[in-house]
Ligand binder design. Structure first.
Ligand code: NAD
Length: 264
């Protein structure tokens, strides 16, 4: 434990279960002395999330569906009522129809394209709009992205397109909010087995590929994403905004891995 987040309060959105990246981040922040509020989506998740919250002393827990602006407004109204201001925001939310996280990108339907963009990209801007008003003393916002935004990854399809838009929005938000001392960053996490990831075709193979081909020759953990989130959300990251920090065992720097070359 450390005191990097002592006296700071913030909202974590996207906790589904104890495999969620949001949980790795929540634990790192709680260990550093932060006071946390969580949102979850729907009653089905409340059963799972409530005891987890309790286990780290979190009592602020709100239902929030980011595809419904009335629900987003209601969650932020609750936070404002309870705390008045916040110091940080974590957005660990993404969604696309499972049927389109396999096969060809070119076959994406308009309905799923728009829904994926809405939930996985626009929602970060929507919550940034509302969180800005609560960050009167400055603050730090963080979202989660994936390398499939930058390069073509199998089955990531429309989600890659949405993450590319999300990464661009991080830069625009960083510029808009920087004047008020609010930093906006992304973590590009390597593959981690979570509920959302299990919707992606051949996910086990993607995990194995990353393990074999990344410089560290392994996958990353939720805890490692949590530690990097702590850096970006705490004063340690005070000079950093508009950044996309890859927490992926270095996978993104490899063009081709060296092997015993065949004679050619
Ligand atoms: P997860 O399933 O634990 O979390 C996804 C969350 O999104 C869930 O809590 C779910 O309830 C929430 N969500 C979906 N639709 C929502 C809506 N309409 N309103 C509110 N919440 C909604 O999976 P995760 O892997 O921890 O995902 C968190 C973030 O990390 C996502 O943005 C994901 O794309 C990103 N990410 C994941 C990986 C990975 O390999 N797991 C890698 C890079 C980035």
């Amino acid at each position: 434990p450390n005191q990097l987040m002592a006296g700071k309060r913030g909202l974590i959105m996207g906790l589904a279960n104890d495999k969620s990246i949001a949980w790795g981040i929540a634990q790192a922040l709680a260990d550093a002395g932060a006071e946390l509020a969580f949102t979850y989506m729907g009653d089905a998740f409340k059963k799972r999330v409530a005891p987890m919250a309790e286990s780290i002393g979190v009592t602020q827990l709100f239902d929030c569906d980011v595809s419904d602006m009335a629900s987003v407004d209601a969650a932020f109204a609750e936070i404002e009522k309870e705390w008045g201001k916040i110091d940080f925001l974590v957005h660990a939310i993404g969604f696309s129809e499972k049927s389109e996280l396999r096969g060809r990108y070119v076959d994406t339907s308009r309905d799923n394209f728009l829904m994926t963009m809405d939930i996985s990209c626009y929602s970060f801007t929507a919550v940034a709009q509302r969180a800005e008003k609560l960050m009167s003393d400055g603050g730090s916002m963080l979202t989660l992205t994936y390398y499939g935004a930058e390069q073509v990854m199998p089955h990531y399809n429309v989600m890659g397109v949405a993450k590319a838009a999300l990464e661009a929005s991080v830069k625009y938000l960083a510029e808009d909010l920087g004047k008020d001392g609010i930093r906006v960053n992304a973590i590009s996490a390597g593959p981690i087995k979570t509920l959302a990831a299990s919707g992606i075709g051949d996910f086990r193979y993607i995990l194995k590929w990353n393990e074999l081909n990344s410089p560290l020759r392994r996958n990353v953990t939720q805890e490692e994403v949590g530690k990097s989130a702590l850096y970006l959300l705490s004063d340690l990251g005070s000079g950093v905004t508009g950044e996309n920090l890859h927490v992926d065992a270095g996978y993104h720097v490899v063009g081709m891995k060296a092997v015993d070359a065949p004679d050619i």
